[in-house]
Design a protein around this ligand. Structure first.
Ligand SMILES: C[S@@+](CC[C@H](N)C(=O)[O-])C[C@H]1O[C@@H](n2cnc3c(N)ncnc32)[C@H](O)[C@@H]1O
Length: 307
């Protein structure tokens, strides 16, 4: 336990010593992230960069178009520690694999909530009839529809404009989107930390429906959330992180969701050779059991839960 604690303290020191965004943006007056939907461009830019690598973990040929100049500028403004997008590349790969496994296991629909500029319906190996449903805030849906107007998804894609923090709108959306499903997978990738806790609790409750077999998401604990707000705070001042419980798995279990799979993102990044150089000295050290209490260490994971 002592070794593990030292590792995470050193990681936090490494994050703290990353160059500050403030120094880069001093001359710029307009924020790169003006609202939460701009974070979707940031993610797309990381996916474009990963796709360009000779050893890419996935290929997302549309990501560069979707990221646009603003997405690339956000990457450039992020602390150096984040610039290679290790976390996002690993998260995308883990979720791609979880979806493929679920489809093989009888999943009959995917609901991607807060789909952002994700392009899985255009790049995953899915049948033409497979129902894939995206939900996003209205302005980003309009932009995505326009940017991808000439592209054909591989599956049966439907896109909804909906504010998932609006309980009535969310309930109406779920009612329609789940009609006829018996084993749906719900994905919330990169969403929860942008929501306030009551909205996450409401979402967790509203997803406990018989049509839904699994919920896949990425989660951070309070220490990781606080670290993000502290060290990337200026860049995300218009989209700060709000949700990061001390122990995310316990939080979900209290709301009826049990973990089936837990993929520690640091461990996955080490395995997939995506850790930034300054993190590498820590990669050979033993990783803690992800199911133990995580409140006292920096922790983020991709998880698959059921109810
Ligand atoms: C970090 S991006 C992730 C996007 C996408 N899931 C991906 O991984 O590429 C977060 C997304 O959450 C969306 N979002 C945040 N709050 C939302 C809400 N209340 N309703 C719908 N979407 C929301 C944003 O618009 C943004 O696209």
């Amino acid at each position: 336990m002592l070794i593990i604690k030292i590792v995470f303290e050193k990681l936090e020191i490494a994050l703290k010593s990353a160059p500050s965004v403030a120094s880069r943006t001093m001359a710029d007056s307009s924020p790169l992230i003006t609202e939460v939907s701009d974070t979707a461009r940031w993610v797309a830019a990381y996916r474009a960069a990963e796709s360009a690598r000779p050893d890419a973990l996935f290929h997302d040929p549309l990501a560069d178009r979707l990221a646009g100049p603003r997405g690339r500028a956000i990457v450039g403004a992020a602390p150096r520690m984040m610039r290679n997008g290790w976390n996002l590349a690993v998260r995308t790969k883990l979720i791609d694999d979880l979806i493929a496994a679920a489809v093989g296991d009888g999943c009959d629909r995917v609901l991607n909530l807060a789909a952002g500029l994700d392009t899985r319906p255009y790049r995953l190996d899915l049948s033409a009839e497979f129902p894939w449903i995206e939900a996003e805030l209205p302005e980003l849906v309009a932009e995505k529809n326009s940017l991808l107007a000439d592209e054909k998804p591989r599956c049966a894609l439907t896109r909804y404009a909906v504010d998932l923090a609006d309980a009535d709108a969310r309930a109406a959306f779920l009612e329609e989107a789940l009609a006829g499903a018996t084993k749906a997978l719900v994905l919330t990738e990169g969403l929860l930390y942008y929501l306030h806790e009551p909205d996450v609790a409401g979402l967790a409750e509203s997803l406990r429906r018989p049509e839904i077999g699994w919920w896949v998401m990425d989660v951070v604990n309070s220490r990781a959330m606080n670290g993000m707000n502290e060290h990337v705070g200026e860049l995300i001042s218009n989209a700060p992180w709000h949700f990061g419980p001390d122990d995310p798995l316990a939080y979900l279990a209290e709301r009826g969701w049990q973990a089936l799979e837990v993929h520690d993102q640091f461990a996955a990044a080490a395995r997939l050779h995506r850790l930034p150089p300054s993190f590498k000295p820590f990669s050979d050290l033993p990783r803690p059991d992800p199911r133990e209490r995580v409140a006292d260490r920096l922790w983020s994971a991709v998880i698959r839960v059921t109810h």
